[in-house]
Design a protein around this ligand. Structure first.
Ligand code: PMP
Length: 404
């Protein structure tokens, strides 16, 4: 049928026709995805040739930068909105609005998915956020409110402000009545506009997106042949969800945390106490992880980190210089342009393989959370790195690969 239609439209020579017939195109009706949300997830698992060849193992990475919003967070955004709808809290096209406090990719993913699903989004960010992320949020039509960076215990911290704004939005758009106790309470009907505080740190939908999505994808793509899963933790959703799924299929899979400088998680895993190693050196306690590696590392416990901690077997500390060097190494040897947390994950893969003495084709899976394009102003800015006194030294990676 296909060939007949082609022949009617364009006159093909006999030889061209037989060439076409020798390459039949299989027609499938399910190759059409519904809207931008249909493009989320089911990312390829890609082998990293340079590192795999040098180590004689298979370093495999989920190409999450291929999600339409450019990061692994698309999965979480759609799941948080789906779950809120399933629980009857959100109803599309009612003027409802999603609120989130984030300096990372979650805001971009939420802004994108919100519009696709009939909502608006307000994203509260610290005012030192990378310019390209701010640009992306605004281009996606989010309302952006920038506030001074503050500790999470401060009412004016961006996550706390997002929550306050969501509450205020819900009660302002509904009929407020006075309860028997004299409190003003909001009575909402299904057609009322609601303010939904997405709350990726505490929201279990974040974990579920990975337990039900990313984890099973890894299992299928490796035929269940996985030695280890390596990941950083920002909210903890990825490592908790994928880690718990893989352990539920095969309890011997090693789950390894990749932790950047400035994060307290490494010490929590290794010594049971959450502290940033620099605190010991006299620096004051940091609630905000201050590193050139963005999106991972944390200094407080959250619901999703709590889900992750019991299943983490090992942790690797990754320095800023190592992450910077790894990202340049990958561009040079593989043409792979990744963001800072992806580079950090790959450094941790190399360290883990060396430490365990794996050398005969074992499969280590990790995540390429986003692309380098999200990081031009800091991690991929040589001028910024010079000012921050972070060297660009590929020798760090060469030595790491060559070490015993
Ligand atoms: N990489 C990037 C670029 C991120 O934005 C995030 C999320 N903050 C992560 C990694 C970490 O993922 P998770 O929140 O699931 O721990």
């Amino acid at each position: 049928q296909y060939f007949q239609r082609r022949r009617r439209r364009i006159a093909l020579s006999q030889s061209q026709t037989s060439e076409l017939e020798s390459r039949p195109i299989e027609l499938r009706s399910d190759d059409v995805l519904n809207g931008i949300v249909g493009l989320i997830g089911n990312t390829p698992l890609v082998r990293i040739p340079s590192l795999s060849d040098a180590l004689h193992v298979e370093i495999l990475a989920k190409a999450e930068f291929l999600n339409p919003g450019g990061s692994v967070k698309d999965r979480v955004a759609v799941r948080m909105i789906d779950d809120a709808e399933r629980q009857g809290f959100l109803h599309p096209h009612t003027g409802s609005r999603i609120f989130e406090g984030t300096s990372g990719s979650t805001g971009i993913s939420l802004a994108m998915v919100a519009h696709a699903r009939g909502y608006d989004a307000t994203i509260i960010t610290p005012d030192d956020m990378a310019a390209e992320k701010l640009h992306a949020l605004r281009s996606l039509g989010a309302d952006v409110e920038q506030v001074r960076p503050a500790s999470i215990v401060d009412k004016k911290q961006f996550v706390n402000i997002a929550k306050q704004r969501a509450l205020a939005f819900s009660s302002a758009s509904s009929e407020s009545v006075v309860s028997a106790l004299g409190d003003s309470i909001a009575v909402l009907t299904d057609s009322d506009a609601r303010g939904f505080f997405a709350d990726q740190f505490e929201n279990k939908s974040n974990y579920d997106a990975h337990f039900d999505g990313t984890g099973p994808e890894v299992w299928r793509q490796t035929n269940g042949n996985v030695k280890a899963f390596v990941s950083g933790a920002g909210t903890g959703g990825t490592i908790a969800g994928v880690g718990r799924f893989l352990k539920s299929m095969e309890e011997d899979v090693v789950i390894c945390l990749a932790d950047p400088e400035g994060s307290g998680l490494y010490n929590k895993v290794k010594h049971g106490v959450m502290f940033d190693h620099r605190e010991k050196e006299g620096t004051k306690r940091r609630h905000q992880v201050d590193t050139v590696v963005e999106g991972i590392g944390i200094n407080r416990l959250t619901q999703n980190i709590d889900l992750a901690l019991p299943i983490i077997d090992d942790a690797v500390r990754v320095t800023d210089s190592e992450a910077v060097a790894m990202a340049r190494y990958l561009v040079k040897h593989d043409g792979l342009f990744v963001g800072s947390s992806s580079a950090c994950n790959l450094v941790a893969c190399v360290r883990l393989v060396k430490k365990m003495g794996w050398h005969s084709g074992e499969r280590i899976v990790t995540v390429l959370c986003d692309s380098g394009a999200r990081h031009y102003s800091k991690f991929w800015n040589d001028e910024y790195l010079r000012t921050a006194e972070i060297p660009i030294d590929l020798g760090l990676i060469e030595d790491m690969l060559a070490s015993k």
